[in-house]
Ligand binder design. Structure first.
Ligand code: 3PG
Length: 210
């Protein structure tokens, strides 16, 4: 897939933590039904790869990307599970190089000009800006763009992005999408409250209109 086109079309990416594999499919269905088809399943729990594979098999219309990919092992597990792309909170050149070798689209996290510069030199064209709000928010990205816009780099901010500020981010043309956990809150997932999650997803999907 073209990662930039797919993530850009989605606009808002739910960042998901799945503790219980039985929740993966109904959660993904609720998010897709609410209008958010691209799901970042994080490797913060041991069932992440299984969740990706299960969603790919059972949820029509869902596109899975793997999140919090910090190790080579996770990268390989994400690929084997059928993740379409991988995302990380930070920039690890060895992981980016391994992803390039595997042909896996990889979006590393950056929070400084130096990290961005290194990511670009490894061929990354989309970076996660993390933790977005703590690192300086929209203003910081605009300042980075002053120096880096000419490279064509695109941003996916996450970390503190919420309904109250997501439009400010998406108003910047180089910010192609935003990620956040607010769309699949831990409590609602644990309770199996799929109606609430579908509602949060459709409210989020409505916010992405530029
Ligand atoms: C991420 O990994 O992208 C963040 O955990 C999302 O941050 P949030 O919880 O503030 O949305």
């Amino acid at each position: 897939m073209d990662m930039i086109d797919t993530l850009g079309a989605a606009g808002i990416i739910p960042v998901i933590v799945i503790e219980d594999i039985e929740k993966a499919v109904p959660l993904a269905r609720a998010l897709v039904k609410g209008g958010l088809p691209v799901l970042e399943i994080t490797f913060r729990t041991s069932c992440a790869a299984e969740a990706i594979a299960k969603i790919n098999r059972e949820v029509e219309g869902a596109t899975t990307i793997a999140g919090t990919v910090l190790t080579l092992e996770q990268l390989c597990a994400a690929k084997a599970a059928g993740a379409q792309a991988c995302v990380a909170p930070g920039f690890d050149p060895e992981i980016v190089k391994a992803a390039n070798r595997l042909g896996m689209p990889f979006c590393p996290g950056v929070a400084t000009a130096s990290e961005l510069s290194q990511a670009l030199s490894l061929g990354c064209r989309l970076v996660k800006f993390f933790p977005a709000e703590s690192a300086g928010g929209v203003k910081y990205i605009k300042d980075l763009l002053g120096a880096f816009r000419w490279t064509g780099v695109k941003f996916m901010p996450t970390g503190g992005v919420k309904p109250a500020n997501v439009r400010d981010y998406l108003a910047v043309p180089e910010i192609i999408c935003c990620g956040g956990t607010w769309i699949a809150p831990k409590d609602a997932v644990a309770a199996g409250d799929w109606a609430a999650i579908e509602r949060l997803a459709s409210e989020a999907a409505a916010l992405k209109a530029r």
